[in-house]
Design a protein around this ligand. Structure first.
Ligand code: MG
Length: 274
């Protein structure tokens, strides 16, 4: 009898442990979802809440979905401001629905709105008659968060690297001087190119200490070139990366100071993820 009793008690104990573990696993898989029921049934692991929001995709690949914030659609720069003087409008040039860097203007431009984590789509084109070499050939950049004036922030490089070489951690789609792209997916100058970027902003505690590094995924012309890359801090021309605490910040585009012809942009939209 004692043996039977102990075996039964042990079985119940194991079942409780297994169920508790399953509940823990479920909570991990579906944060915020309250587990109910017997995990030995298929219904127990099928959830009907939360319900994902309906997002209507764009008509064509690259078109903005229904919940995107349109940052540039060919008409105006109402969503942008000058970095050197945020009280002034962005002074880049719009013609025929295309935005072109103003190399004689006030420099970099940034969004008026600030963002934490997001999905960004941006299209850019090198001039068909681009000249220069290395870093001095159609240089621009997307700063995923502008931490200050000038080129302060986290830059994904824009450059003409179609038959143009430079240091690989500074070529097209590099996380500048931190992350060499997984591929060179450049199109010829004169052809439109796309970046689809998933940005996860760094997190800091109340004391300003880093708790989670920034991460970025970049798809260049449909090719994965940065795969959830973990940044070591802001991207810098000279010196090593470092983190300074911050929250939501603008997205910034670079007016690089090289003498080559200015590059152009179109169809820019963003989907905040928090
Ligand atoms: Mg650049």
């Amino acid at each position: 009898m004692n043996r039977k009793f102990y075996l039964t008690a042990a079985s119940i104990f194991c079942l409780v442990i297994v169920n508790a573990q399953t509940e823990a696993d479920t909570a991990t898989m579906y944060p915020g979802v309250q587990y109910h029921g017997d995990t030995t049934t298929h219904e127990a692991t099928e959830f009907y809440r939360p319900v994902p929001p309906i997002v209507t995709p764009g008509k064509n690949c690259g078109d903005a979905p229904s919940d995107a914030i349109i940052l540039f659609d060919g008409k105006n720069l109402n969503q942008w401001e000058s970095v050197s003087d945020p009280s002034k409008p962005a002074d880049w040039i719009i013609a025929n629905g295309v935005l072109t860097v103003n190399k004689k203007g006030s420099g970099n431009i940034q969004t008026k709105e600030k963002f934490m984590d997001y999905q960004l789509h941006i299209e850019w084109k090198e001039p068909v008659d681009i000249d220069g070499s290395g870093q001095l050939r159609g240089n621009s950049g997307v700063f995923l968060a502008s931490t200050g004036p000038g080129d302060d922030g986290y830059e994904v490089q824009i450059l003409d690297c179609y038959h143009n070489t430079t240091y690989t951690n500074g070529q097209t789609a590099a996380v500048y001087k931190q992350g060499i792209p997984l591929a060179n997916a450049c199109k010829k100058p004169g052809e439109w190119q796309t970046y689809d970027i998933i940005w996860t902003a760094p997190r800091f505690d109340a004391s300003g200490h880093l708790t989670d590094s920034a991460r970025v995924t970049v798809i260049h012309n449909g090719v994965l070139v940065q795969n959830n890359f973990k940044l070591r801090g802001v991207t810098r021309y000279i010196g090593l990366p470092y983190y300074m605490p911050h929250g939501a910040l603008p997205i910034k585009l670079q007016a690089h100071g090289d003498a080559s012809k200015p590059i152009s942009f179109r169809n820019i939209w963003v989907r905040p993820l928090n």
